[in-house]
Write a protein that binds this ligand. Structure first.
Ligand SMILES: O=C(Nc1ccc2c(c1)CCNCC2)c1ccc(-c2cn[nH]c2)cc1OCc1ccccc1
Length: 339
């Protein structure tokens, strides 16, 4: 008797690769494509008051399609559980990577931070603020590319990114002064502050604002009191201080960040932040799906473009992943599906 009958025949479950507060993450294989995925399993009873975070996360991830954001492939909801089928990120959390290396050198930090800035520029352009940017929410795929996760606290302000937010959320050590002062704030500006804390953590291996006492921690953040270790270059110190500005209006805006000298040094091209995914459907993937399901291409296009985030959506995206990795755009069995 399979523990998760909802997945039977569609995904082959393997080991649990992580279990946090409200979720268990299991490695699995998508049966039709053979591609590896991560399945985040959440029990509605355990979630309790946290349930809205999951619906927020699902709604956000359905709108976000970017090379540095962990892709959502399928959502399965039962009376008692949510299953989120997600992009496989076998190099784990950036947090563990920094800890394993103590701290990163400038060139490695620059590569990661360019990808982080690209992801944040993209979600802001889509009208979302993440509000919980931290190394634990940045995973690494098999090529050590950044994949942003956890949109449970993200906000898509009704009036666009210029309208103010008030909810106190995120992790204190990464939270901007205006956010912890309970003032109204702009989502994009608190994300800029968190990126400053992130860049500091990448280059130093510890946090700019840290204290056992939460009130001491808040005091340090509100007064912007942090120190630079002696190994930091002038360029990196300048960029960090442009992000860790107490006055949100003084923080360097994303548009300038994209071409900041410390981020373009030795690379000499501004950050390509736009999604590499095409807006239109991929012909090869549609054709392979149509052959498998014994449907016309037109029927297949109609079904896929409804983005139901069902098994067909997952199969389409995983065929696209195969194509982007230079693998053949083929499903493991090509006979038309028998009902
Ligand atoms: O694919 C994911 N994780 C993952 C997969 C394989 C391996 C590892 C990690 C590292 C541990 N050694 C085994 C190899 C994976 C993908 C998406 C999400 C995810 C997307 N929104 N929310 C969660 C979470 C994921 O994981 C969580 C995790 C598990 C163990 C450690 C570090 C991270």
């Amino acid at each position: 008797m399979s523990l998760y009958p909802e997945l039977k025949g569609f995904y082959h479950l393997r080991e649990t690769i992580g279990s946090g507060g409200f979720a268990k993450v299991k490695l699995a294989y998508h049966a039709l494509s053979g591609e590896k995925v991560a399945i985040k399993i959440m029990d509605k009873k355990t979630l309790g008051a946290e349930l809205p975070r999951v619906t927020t996360e699902i709604a956000a991830m359905k709108e976000l399609c970017h090379q540095h954001i962990c892709k959502l492939f399928q959502v399965i909801e039962t009376d008692t559980k949510f299953f989120l089928v997600l992009e496989y990120c076998p190099e784990g959390e950036l947090f563990d990577y920094i800890v394993s290396k103590d701290r990163l050198d400038e060139s490695e930090a620059q590569i990661f931070f360019r990808q982080i800035v690209a992801a944040v520029a993209y979600i802001h352009d889509c009208g979302f603020a993440h509000r919980d940017l931290k190394p634990e929410n940045l995973l690494l795929d098999e090529d050590q590319n950044i994949k942003l996760i956890d949109f449970g606290l993200c906000a898509k302000p009704k009036g666009g990114m210029e309208s103010l937010l008030t909810t106190l959320c995120g992790s204190p050590a990464y939270a901007a002064p205006e956010l912890i002062s309970g003032k109204q704030y702009l989502g994009s500006e608190v994300d800029q502050w968190s990126m400053g804390v992130l860049l500091y953590a990448l280059l130093c291996g510890f946090l700019p604002f840290d204290d056992e006492s939460i009130t001491q921690l808040y005091k340090k953040i509100k007064t912007g009191s942090y120190k630079f270790p002696e190994w930091l270059s002038d360029g990196s110190k300048e960029l960090i201080s442009q992000l860790l500005q107490i006055d949100p209006k003084k923080r360097i805006p994303i548009a300038e960040l994209l071409r900041h000298p410390w981020l373009t040094k030795n690379v000499n091209v501004p950050i390509e932040w736009k999604s590499k995914y095409k807006k239109s459907l991929d012909d090869d993937c549609i054709t392979e799906l149509a052959v498998h399901y014994g449907k016309t291409r037109l029927q297949m296009e109609e079904e896929i473009s409804q983005w139901k985030y069902d098994y067909q959506t997952a199969t389409y995206f995983l065929l696209l992943e195969k194509k982007m990795k230079g693998k053949p755009v083929r499903l493991l069995c090509r006979h038309p599906a028998r009902n």
